[in-house]
Design a protein around this ligand. Sequence first.
Ligand SMILES: NC(=O)c1ccc[n+]([C@@H]2O[C@H](COP(=O)([O-])OP(=O)(O)OC[C@H]3O[C@@H](n4cnc5c(N)ncnc54)[C@H](O)[C@@H]3O)[C@@H](O)[C@H]2O)c1
Length: 250
Amino acid sequence: MTGRLAGKVALISGGASGLGEGQAILYAREGASVVIGDLQDALGAKVVDQIISEGGKAKFTRLDVTSLTSWQAAVAFTVSSFGKLTTLVNNAGIFHPGGVIAETEQGWAKMISVNQTGVFLGMKAAAPELLKTGNAAIVNISSLYGLIGSPDAISYHASKAAVRVMGKGTALEFARQGIRVNTIFPGQIRTPILGDITPEQDAAIKASIPMGVVGDPMDIAHGSLYLASDEARYVTGAELWIDGGWYAGN
Ligand SMILES: NC(=O)c1ccc[n+]([C@@H]2O[C@H](COP(=O)([O-])OP(=O)(O)OC[C@H]3O[C@@H](n4cnc5c(N)ncnc54)[C@H](O)[C@@H]3O)[C@@H](O)[C@H]2O)c1
């Protein structure tokens, strides 16, 4: 531990699994107090136990990112637990495939609600507390699919592309008020969101990545750590793709 986030208090949505879990663990190792907000209570509690067993500080709160009142409760829980909120990570997200023909209105609405509206509501609920600290950071997790197209994921593309521009706009809104807002674009990272894939699909994914390997949650966590830390004090509205070179070929 080097304490790169010493004194920070972070609320991480979707912190019970995958990329959120990785960020929660690394943030805590670097000295942040972490609140994990997620729908998955048991998995969230497991991540909290791991952090505490490593000597870190963490708590879990049930959060549904599609609800402003749920977000407001999570922010209040964070402040009552650790005294302030300095860092928001909008990480929770869902994925299902489907192009224009296959996607349903319900599927579209669900995706937009979690991946896009969830990010708006998180920033809206957290902003009053972040503004109080005068030195705060928001890290939004988009996706390489927010930058490039594919034939089979229309609502996911729409939600993640929106997060891209929302991050830029919010960076400008708060540029002189002490909140930095940056966006990470993960490529293919091994987490439960990828679902069950066959060895053939796995081989095809790897073949599409210039570096030839699928990423690990810690690859994203290290980028997020930088953006959340004071090392990035002059960085706002930025876009960091962590993707094994995938975007370079597009
Ligand atoms: N894994 C990848 O390859 C990849 C690539 C690009 C972007 N992403 C993005 O990274 C983020 C994290 O995904 P992951 O790969 O860790 O997936 P994951 O499924 O392991 O984790 C997502 C977490 O979000 C939580 N969540 C879902 N809906 C929620 C809601 N309404 N309220 C609160 N929590 C909710 C889930 O319970 C889960 O714990 C997502 O935004 C995803 O779109 C992932």
